[in-house]
Design a protein around this ligand. Sequence first.
Ligand code: AMP
Length: 389
Amino acid sequence: MNALPPNAVIGIVGGGQLGRMSALAAARLGYRCHILTPEPDSPAAQVSAGVTLGDYEDIDALRDFASKVDVITFEFENVSAEGLDLLAALRPVRPSPTVLRLSQDRVAEKSFLNNAGIPTAPWREVNSLADLESATAELGLPAILKTTRLGYDGKGQMMLRAPGDLAEAFAQLSPKPLILEGFVDFGCEISVIVARGLGGEVVAFDVVENRHRHHILDLTLAPARVSELIADAARNLAMHVAEAMELVGLLAVEMFVTADGRVLVNEVAPRPHNSGHWTIDACPVSQFEMHIRAVAGLPLPPATRHSDAVMKNLVGEAETAMWPEIVATPGFCAHLYGKAEARAGRKMGHVTRLFPRGALPGEFGVTAALGILAEPGRDDPEPPHGQLS
Ligand code: AMP
């Protein structure tokens, strides 16, 4: 197995906070990062050795980027198939374009998962109103209609509650290819971050619980307050997905726990994930270091945690405006991403609060531990659709 030598250059496609925190982890391991992004002064480029400023579809920019790096990874998976193929012809791309393609398309993803024996919500492909009518007849209502591509943080999806909602929802989301998913009446949402190395070794972080506000992750509790049986099932599912995909790199697997204790996979993202930010402060090796290690061909240590944690995202203006108080609060591990402007729905930073292992408090304790951050974004407007965070 060929590990990247110290001072080698890791190319990261995407300039956001996930790239920034990956680059910081890479620097600690003696690597340099070079970022591909269309955005001047991006969070990732601010802390990296180099940047190629260019569009993800721009052939010259992709070539220039590849020529500057030894291996390529992603913090942003929506690069065109052609762009991916071009990069993969020039340098090793980890995770592979095959894995990225699966994660770009909800139909491809769910077909792959189901074929690998991994349970998901029931779903049907929808390309016409007639498809939608027969899909709702089969799956029932409520159900969720989603675009198959480029959806995130609840964008590109609509809840269908009554037969009268179908035509309107279809008109809003078509002509994009769509998928109808049966509504899962979940007890909680959990995720597992798993890494697989060049040699095929797999490690999984502990299962965490995720809570959303306005469809954007608000809180992560580590570990999730689920039974050992459910936690084991979730970790096994995540490791199974990584193996089935022959992943090299990091993968976040988002799951629903149903009221009757089943674990269903919602979606996968082959990159570091917001629900793994707690690992920076609560684990000897964070998700970002694990990502870099996997991409660089280094050994993967166990994904253990030394502390329990609550992670709170700083989203939009109200929460970001509290930064002076946040950095003055003892016990807050504070992270800011270097974005110039705090727009509604934009992820600006996060705060992690640690507890001794095994001492994650109950609901009131979590609220108390968040202190000034318990509900500051309550009055924030819902972010407009289509806006990048
Ligand atoms: P997604 O973009 O697929 O991650 O969906 C965003 C959020 O919508 C999820 O975190 C869930 O809270 C909710 N959601 C998505 N799909 C379903 C479903 N099939 N049943 C119930 N809730 C869902």
